[in-house]
Structures are given as structure tokens and as C-alpha cells.
Design a protein around this ligand. Structure first.
Ligand code: GLA
Length: 382
């Protein structure tokens, strides 16, 4: 993090003349496996990471929210009395979350604070979900609202869908709210049941940022969603989650070629995700790595959401002996890949993968070994 919670508290004290009442933290995430399955009511296996957003705050006795972002060197404020959308920007995530809480019938109170984060924006590590969940945590602290991670994640998703206008699934908000240190979270995106699955000993998870960012992700994402919905309609089921591979093989010949491949990815990915959770429980890291590699191939060939940079990164990672598996992570088209490696070789892995990737593409990547952390929490204050 660019500054520590102590620095954040000092920053708060300089601005407001006293110590903050609370400091809350909400993490970004990386998804180990289960990509483009959440909006198909399927399974995902992400972890909350040690890159997060922090807010130091104190309550106000009016119904205003006043926030200063250290990263953007900018302040934003609004009244809870008449919420209306403004120009796109970080404050809209705060406002949208307030709106979503209000819509759900929560009694929100005003607060003021400072905000800082080290989740890179636009890299596919869910900085927006982290901001939504940090905001929800701040409102919950200030207004003494019950903290139910799943309920809050749904409100965050609603803010993203309806206030921000991004049609995402539930994965990012739910893992940011409910992550567990040292564990990945197996999420059933239909029931929203979450099960922490311990990361096997001796492995490290590495985030591999290609440093490429793609536009048009939203339209491609929405197009994939629509293709999945039409495939589910074809099979006459509520979502692709309900199609087993056997059923798919028997009935899918009537699907057009593209929709066929999209559905095949989702159905096989759901299966791989459940298998991956099982491999993790048994400590079978090689099997887990193989599943990640298959996931990447399926995202690349059938779902077509990878990119040259992501493929070059995955290839570079797999060239190192310590790598069990690697794949693109998040929505795709740019951003990050994720690798599972032998923890002892982390340093050499990072060095040689970065060099190989740079050599292949000319881009300077950013690689970080990450820790699985808890979801949104109060780190100081009660
Ligand atoms: C984005 C969305 C998630 C999920 C992934 C793809 O991160 O926000 O809901 O759909 O893409 O797995």
C-alpha cells in the first residue's frame, strides 16, 4: 500500500483535527478459476488479496457524505437526501452504494473521511468492487448497520449494475466482502453459498499484470452474457449452470457454432471449478495447475476473451519450472493473468517471467506474489 493505516489516520487528523473513529479496509481480488461463470449461476474460486481500499472516517450529524481521495487528490461530497448521478468518477461508486443501501431500506447516516487504495484501476483486480464494499463497510460502521457480507455484496452489485451501469455478476463484490485469509472462496453463484478452501501449503499465487488495458470490454462482456442467455433458452433451463456436459453433447447440435463454443466454455468451466476446489482440498497442486491451464485454453479458444498479451504472459509463466498452472483472470481482453507456483521459487519465477514477457511483447509487466486476505473489515475502531 502506498501509505499505512497509521499514515491514513494522520492524514485524517490533519484534515479533520482529530483521529478517525474507524478505519475500514476492503480488498481487491484475483480469480483462481471459474471465469465468466458467475452470471450463469455457476461456480467461481477467487481469493481476496492484499491489495485493498481503506477509508478512515467519522460520523457527521447531518446527512452529508464528504470524502477525500488521496490517490486522486480530489474531494467529493453529496447529500443522502437527494441522491442523483453525476459525472463518471470514483465518487459515483460511493454514491451508488449509498443509493443501493437506501433502496434496500437501510437507515444511512452521514460521514466524512479519507480514502486510499493500492488496487490498480482497470487491471481486472476489482478496484470498483473493493470501493463499493469499503463504502458499504463505512456506512455500516457509521450507522451501526448489521454487517452481512452476502447481503452487502448484493447491494454492491446492484450499485455497479444500476448506478454505474456495468452489468457484472456477483463474484467480485462477494469475495471482497466475504474473503478469508489464506483461503480461496468457492462461491455457488446461484445460492450465494460460500465455502473457504485453504490454499495448499508451499504454493504462491502470483498476479501477472500485462500492463495492457482494453476498451470495449463492456460491450464484449454484454455480448457474451447475451449468448449465454440464448444458449440457456435453447436448452430451456434458467441458466447454463443447469446444463450437464452429457445433456450438452446430446442436444447441442442445434446451436449455432459461436453460441455452441460459448456454452461449452461455461459448462466445462463450472466442472473444472468444482474439480479445482476438490484438488485444493486434497493438496493436489499439479492437478489444480492443469485445470487452470485448461481454463485458459477454453477462455482463449471457445469464449474468445483472451488477448495476445495475456497469452504471451501465460506462456512466459508456464515456461518456468516452478509454475503449476497459469491463466487469464477476470473479464479478459487485457489486464491480469494469475499463476500458481512453488512458493520457494517465487523470486526467480517473477524475474524470469517478467523478462520473458517483456521480450515477447515489449510491454513492462507488473508481477506480484499475493496473499489471500480477509474480506471487508474494520481494521481500527469498533
Ligand atoms: C468481471 C465481472 C465478474 C465476472 C468476471 C468474469 O470481473 O465483474 O462478475 O463475470 O468479469 O469471470
Amino acid at each position: 500500500m502506498p501509505i499505512t493505516p497509521q499514515d491514513l489516520a494522520e492524514h485524517f487528523a490533519r484534515r479533520f483535527g482529530e483521529q478517525p473513529r474507524w478505519i475500514v479496509r476492503s480488498p481487491g481480488r484475483v480469480n483462481l478459476i471459474g471465469e465468466h461463470t458467475d452470471y450463469n449461476d455457476g461456480f467461481v474460486l477467487p481469493l481476496a488479496i492484499d491489495r485493498a481500499i481503506w477509508i478512515a472516517l467519522r460520523p457527521r450529524d447531518d446527512r452529508r457524505v464528504v470524502v477525500h481521495s488521496i490517490d486522486f487528490e480530489q474531494s467529493g461530497e453529496f447529500s443522502l437526501e437527494n441522491l442523483s448521478a453525476g459525472k463518471a468518477g470514483w465518487i459515483e461508486y460511493v454514491k451508488g452504494t449509498a443509493w443501493s443501501l437506501e433502496e434496500a431500506g437501510f437507515q444511512t447516516v452521514g460521514w466524512e473521511g479519507v480514502l486510499v487504495g493500492d488496487v490498480p484501476v482497470g487491471a481486472g483486480l476489482s478496484s470498483s468492487a473493493a470501493l463499493e464494499m469499503a463504502t458499504a463497510r463505512a456506512f455500516a460502521a457509521a450507522g451501526k448497520l448489521q454487517w452481512d457480507p452476502t447481503g452487502m455484496a448484493k447491494l454492491g452489485q446492484r450499485a455497479e449494475n444500476e448506478w454505474i451501469g456495468v452489468n457484472c455478476g456477483i463474484m467480485d463484490q462477494l469475495v471482497s466482502a466475504a474473503g478469508r485469509a489464506d483461503h480461496a472462496l468457492l462461491i455457488d453463484c446461484r445460492t450465494l453459498h460460500t465455502e473457504p478452501v485453504r490454499l495448499p501449503d508451499g504454493v504462491a499465487v502470483v498476479v501477472l499484470d500485462t500492463s495492457t488495458r482494453r476498451g470495449l470490454v463492456d460491450s464484449a462482456y454484454n455480448e457474451r452474457r447475451a449468448q449465454c442467455e440464448s444458449a440457456a433458452e435453447f436448452f430451456q433451463v434458467p441458466a447454463l449452470r443447469d446444463v450437464e456436459l452429457e445433456m450438452f453433447e446430446q442436444l447441442s447440435s442445434g446451436l449455432d457454432e459461436t453460441t455452441h463454443r460459448r456454452a461449452l466454455h461455461v459448462i466445462t468451466e463450472n466442472d473444472r471449478t468444482l474439480q479445482a476446489a476438490e484438488a485444493m482440498r486434497r493438496g493436489e497442486v499439479c492437478a489444480l495447475g492443469v485445470l487452470m491451464n485448461k481454463s485458459h485454453a477454453s477462455l482463449c479458444d471457445d469464449y474468445e476473451v483472451s488477448s495476445d498479451a495475456l497469452n504471451a504472459m501465460v506462456e512466459s509463466a508456464l515456461a518456468h519450472d516452478a509454475c503449476y498452472g497459469a491463466r487469464m483472470t477476470g473479464a479478459g481482453f487485457g489486464g491480469c493473468a494469475v499463476a500458481l507456483i512453488d512458493a520457494e521459487a517465487a523470486e526467480s519465477f517473477v524475474r524470469s517471467t517478467a523478462a520473458a514477457y517483456q521480450e515477447k511483447t515489449g510491454h513492462s509487466p507488473a508481477l506480484y506474489v499475493c496473499q489471500a486476505t480477509n474480506g471487508a473489515e474494520i481494521v481500527e475502531g469498533e
